[in-house]
Design a protein around this ligand. Structure first.
Ligand code: F6R
Length: 357
């Protein structure tokens, strides 16, 4: 139940640190090691390429997951939008392994791909929040995201839970492949949960940002590079679906290839910066859009912040920054929807689980 919360979405945003801590207890054994079904381990040991298939927010979590697998476990990963997979069928590697990411486990587009690849005898892992769901029953293996029921149509805690489980899985693969782990996964997840809590307690500041940047605007751009770009895609989707503000996420480097033409006096641009190696580039993108009149809200991370940044998230390991940087974006969408009098939990034209193709 909602308890003291005005909306499920706000409750579910607030639950995120708790979900991450719960995942740490669910996926850690008494010796502090990862515990995962041996059959999943074996299947991942044998694969030469992972194919992640998902829709919407789960697809965005998949993009973050690709980077985690490639950086931590050195396994190549492709991420596919489920509804496109069957038309743009990728050429598969010799030992493919499929991961279907779905909060509900009922999404028809994802199931369509699962049925198809099962016909060819490929193995599939369902990463879902709902045990016993269709995708879980029809896949060879299941990993549960343990986020608890997600009632608001806009997905929040399922996204961060998916990313955390993907990080756990990638770390497990790295260990099984004898790759030296250069970060202490469970410790870093704990630190990420603390940082998420800090952001959740800064709602007033985020409300002010919405007031300042989004109170009159019909559109908004999110820019970022590297993993921040993927989080920008998610921030833009959240804003679109519940506040009906037209929002797009762009890779910072793509601006000059066309998008910058849309920037005019007062256009809100939310820039995300959590990765030190792209810091100079994204800051020069910010200069470029500001020179054309954009109203830029800079969200950065401790360590690479500038005194003029509007919001600075606490420092956490660079692999896990999406867990924390997405929270202000979720809250921006929430308050923008609230100001516009939108139905936050049940946006128009949308259903919680999309069971038609
Ligand atoms: C966005 C949202 C949708 C879902 C998508 C996939 O907030 O909720 O984009 O992420 O419909 O749903 P699942 O994860 O249930 O397969």
């Amino acid at each position: 139940e909602k308890g003291p919360y005005p909306h499920y979405m706000l409750k579910e945003i607030d639950e995120q640190p708790f979900v991450i801590r719960k995942l740490v207890t669910k996926y850690q054994n008494g010796d502090g090691e990862i515990t995962i079904d041996e059959n999943i381990r074996e299947a991942l040991q044998e694969t030469d390429r992972i194919y992640i298939v998902a829709c919407g927010t789960s697809y965005h979590a998949g993009l973050v997951g690709k980077q985690l697998f490639e950086r931590i476990a050195h396994i190549p990963v492709e991420v596919h939008i489920a509804s496109e997979f069957l038309y743009n069928r990728p050429l598969l590697s010799s030992h493919p392994m499929f991961i279907f990411i779905s909060q509900s486990g009922e999404t028809a587009d994802s199931r369509g791909v699962l049925v198809d690849i099962k016909k060819s005898g490929y193995r599939a892992l369902a990463l879902t929040n709902v045990p016993g769901s269709t995708l879980s029953r029809e896949s060879d293996f299941t990993l549960i995201t343990h986020a608890g029921p997600e009632i608001a149509v806009a997905s929040t805690k399922a996204y961060t839970a998916q990313i955390a489980v993907l990080a756990i899985l990638a770390s497990d693969c790295a260990r099984n492949r004898g790759i030296q782990r250069n970060f202490d996964l469970f410790k870093e997840l704990g630190l990420a949960a603390n940082a998420m809590e800090i952001m959740i307690n800064r709602k007033e500041q985020i409300e002010e940002i919405v007031w300042k940047y989004l109170s009159v605007s019909r559109n908004c751009f999110f820019i970022g590079r590297s993993v921040d770009y993927y989080v920008c895609l998610e921030g833009a989707l959240k804003l679109k679906e519940i506040s009906y503000i037209q929002a797009e996420g762009f890779a910072g480097g793509e601006l000059k290839h066309g998008t910058i033409a849309l920037i005019e006096e007062g256009t809100p641009v939310i820039a995300l910066l959590t990765q030190p190696h792209v810091s100079g580039n994204i800051r020069s993108n910010v200069q470029e859009v500001m020179a054309r009149g954009a109203n830029v809200c800079m969200i950065s991370i401790e360590g690479i912040e500038d005194k003029n940044d509007q919001l600075v998230v606490p420092h956490i390991h660079e692999y896990l920054t999406p867990l924390v940087s997405v929270i202000p974006l979720q809250l921006i969408a929430y308050y923008a929807a609230l100001y516009r009098g939108c139905d936050v939990d049940k946006p128009r034209n949308l259903a919680k689980s999309v069971t038609v193709e």
